[in-house]
Ligand binder design. Sequence first.
Ligand code: NI
Length: 182
Amino acid sequence: MPLLRIYEAPDPMLRQISTPVEAIDDELRVLIADMFETMYDAPGIGLAAVQVGVPRRLLVMDLQEPSDPDDEDSPPIRQPRVFINPVIESHSDSEVPYTEGCLSVPDQYAEVMRPDHIRATWMDEHGKRHDQELDGLLAICLQHEMDHLEGVLFIDHLSKLKRDMVLKKLAKARRERGAIAF
Ligand code: NI
């Protein structure tokens, strides 16, 4: 299975509004498998289809939390999750800060405020419908990934000043990467 190209900001692909997945077929299953491989390789904990150039309402996620909560370096628990046509049905009024990053904004991190508790519905890769209350990192990550479906990046939650700073750093890092390739 091939690794997929991850689009990076400010590529206009990332601004596309994703359209609903119509059918869970072999083509979609191949895409899901390739997205997981790409996400684990990156490495990251979540990836939206639009980030690999497919603007459909599909996300993959695996928080890969350490098996020993007291030891960051213990082997991660693999728990792959697929979200097809996810919807946030409701969310808490209370928000929590979390330092987010994004595979489409490589090596840049910033604190974003989001509701800490959500109720979401989605379909998994077997066509099974889920309706669940989520909190913690899972809730944060799902909201981040669902932003991608609307063409929104985590840096859009920052002030214009901070966002411009991140984009400048990103462009600089990209130039330096290019310089090494020469
Ligand atoms: Ni992201």
